[in-house]
Write a protein that binds this ligand. Structure first.
Ligand SMILES: [Zn+2]
Length: 417
């Protein structure tokens, strides 16, 4: 059911917003934490009953917003950001999260074990570690910095190289995001063979931020766990699927999202564009922070909120089928409003879900959004991410399905369905 948003202006403002302001949509709790920084411009209740606030902050203070969300809520994301209040209000009016959370229309099946079992032993910790090391070697991947653009372009080129020789694979830089500054999102598409109009998405954000960086393009923000680890997991997943000569039935899109840390901007721009074009996205996996585990904690945590009910059940089935036999354990984590890029897809009405790292008994990664988010702080290993690549491969094989797979010699052409 479509719902009509009730956005109640709290304070009269000029019709045209200042370009020096950023307009946030956050939970009421997050807004309260921003007291003094953000000015309320509207109140709203989202379809799942969360009280939201449209507020306005100086663009120059956006890093402080991220920092406060980080300190008070110990997480990435936490809000959506827009250039104008009109955009923020339009976003709320078109909120499809209630349908996306409750929808049970999508039918997910576990019947592609040969493909997944072939893939799982091929995950290499060293390859994941190499990608994290490269990405965390940039000064930062901040959305408004030259390094933020260069690192995104490196991901594009690296993914394109993995797909060399495959005429059914394309890569693009997605730049139709007015709030993403010079940072593109990266999209790699493997064309589906028999169900090409049905799209499976695997995503992670490619940007990073330092909460003490003050918005400087030169800030130090290695972002090894948050979220070079997620990009590295996707990269290893892609490498293995392509190396096996795999051709999916459904179309698959690997995505590196721009500007997540400043209000889920890249993923929201893509999800809204897909909604506008009527793209049939059947499942979205989000991987954001996969490489930290310390102490006696469950290996993987299913995010419980702003996710699709059927897809969450399917994630549990995937885990129990492929991960539990290897000795891994699962738990759950409630992440809050606008927690990561899955929320963009949920808002646009698509089924999305997320698996999160184990963390430690005290909560999540203690060095998030600081200069301490390095491989060294995680013991110079990517071992915790191996199981996320395995989970991503299981998700990939079981949602996109297998049309053809070739593990040696020249790839045979795929003929009619
Ligand atoms: Zn993150």
């Amino acid at each position: 059911m479509e719902r009509t948003a009730a956005v109640l202006p709290a304070t009269p403002v000029p019709a045209t917003a200042s370009p020096r302001k950023v307009h946030l949509v956050s939970s009421r709790a997050t807004f309260r934490a921003l007291s003094g920084l953000a000015t309320a411009r509207g109140l709203h209740r989202d379809p799942s009953g969360t009280d939201l606030v449209v507020s306005e902050v100086d663009a120059a203070r956006l890093d402080d917003v991220a920092g406060i969300v980080h300190r008070t809520e110990q997480r990435c994301g936490g809000f959506f950001a827009f250039d104008t209040r009109a955009q923020a209000e339009a976003f709320l009016r078109s909120d499809r999260s209630a349908q996306a959370i409750a929808a049970t229309a999508a039918s997910y099946t576990l019947d592609n074990r040969p493909t997944v079992d072939h893939w799982l032993p091929q995950v290499r910790e060293a390859r994941i570690r190499d990608t994290i090391a490269h990405l965390s070697g940039y000064q930062n991947r901040y959305f408004a910095s030259p390094a933020g653009k260069a690192s995104a372009e490196w991901i594009h080129d690296h993914w394109a190289a993995l797909a060399a020789g495959r005429s059914d694979v394309t890569t693009e830089l997605f730049t139709a995001c007015p709030g993403c500054s010079t940072q593109p999102s990266v999209i790699l598409t493997i064309e589906g063979t028999t169900l090409r109009d049905e799209v499976v998405v695997l995503g992670a954000h490619l940007d990073s931020i330092n909460i003490n960086g003050g918005g400087s393009p030169g800030q130090a923000a290695p972002g090894a766990d948050d979220d070079a680890s997620g990009i590295a997991v996707l990269t290893e997943t892609l490498r293995i699927a392509l190396a096996s000569g795999w051709r999916p039935r459904r179309t698959v899109r690997f995505m590196g999202y721009a500007a997540e840390e400043v209000g889920l901007r890249g993923s929201n721009a893509i999800a809204q564009a897909y909604r506008g074009a009527g793209v049939d996205v059947v499942a979205v996996l989000q991987v954001d922070m996969t490489n930290y585990k310390a102490g006696p904690v469950q290996d993987m945590k299913l995010i419980t909120d702003y996710s699709n009910a059927s897809l969450k059940v399917f994630f549990e089935q995937l885990f129990d089928t492929y991960m539990a036999p290897m000795g891994y354990t699962r738990g759950t984590y409630t992440c809050g409003y606008g927690c990561s890029d899955h929320a963009s897809w949920t808002n646009a009405g698509y089924p999305a879900a997320m698996m999160f790292e184990a963390g430690d008994p005290g909560g999540s990664f203690p060095y998030i959004h600081t200069t301490g988010d390095t491989l060294a702080m995680m013991g110079n290993t990517a071992q915790p991410s191996v199981k996320f690549a395995q989970f991503a491969l299981a998700f990939l094989g079981e949602t996109a399905k297998t049309r053809a797979m070739h593990t040696g010699g020249p790839l045979l052409p795929v003929t009619a369905p």
